[in-house]
Write a protein that binds this ligand. Structure first.
Ligand SMILES: [Cu+2]
Length: 145
């Protein structure tokens, strides 16, 4: 009997999570590693949002957030392939608008931003030992509505 009740509660929880639609109000779980950045949701709700960042990789990474109309894979770049972080086409969205030096294995870094509706990108802009992390694929788009 108790087991059946628990099963019904579990099913009810699944139905609720499936039927709730629209943007996520956060917090957002973000993972950085070689060579990608992933988010628990890429459709976020405007307002104050916290990104809890985990480095699942073997290398140090960073987490740079900018508001821009450009797609994450088509940002303005320097001659070495890194992103032009202070390009007029990219807007900072907080002070700071990024988290640097995220050590391998760490999960205690976070970034809270107040976000307006629009299109945003996150990228890692490290260039270490001939590896340009942005060019290796460390970028992602997200939208705020
Ligand atoms: Cu990186």
């Amino acid at each position: 009997m108790a087991r059946r009740v628990l099963a019904l509660i579990a099913i009810g929880g699944l139905l609720v999570s499936c039927t709730s639609s629209g943007p996520s109000a956060g917090p957002v779980s973000a993972t950085v590693k070689e060579w990608q950045i992933t988010l628990s949701s890429a459709n976020l709700k405007a307002g104050s949002l916290t990104f809890n960042i985990k480095n699942d990789g073997d290398k140090e990474h960073e987490f740079v957030v900018r508001k821009t109309d450009k797609k994450a894979d088509a940002l303005p770049t320097n001659a070495d392939g890194t992103v032009v972080e202070d390009s007029p086409e990219l807007s900072e969205v907080g002070d700071p608008s990024e988290v640097a030096e995220i050590k391998s294995g760490s999960s205690d870094r976070s970034l809270t931003l107040t976000l307006q509706p629009g299109h945003y990108v996150i990228f890692c802009n490290l260039h270490v030992e001939d590896l340009v992390h942005y060019q290796k694929g460390m970028h992602i788009d997200f939208t705020v509505t």
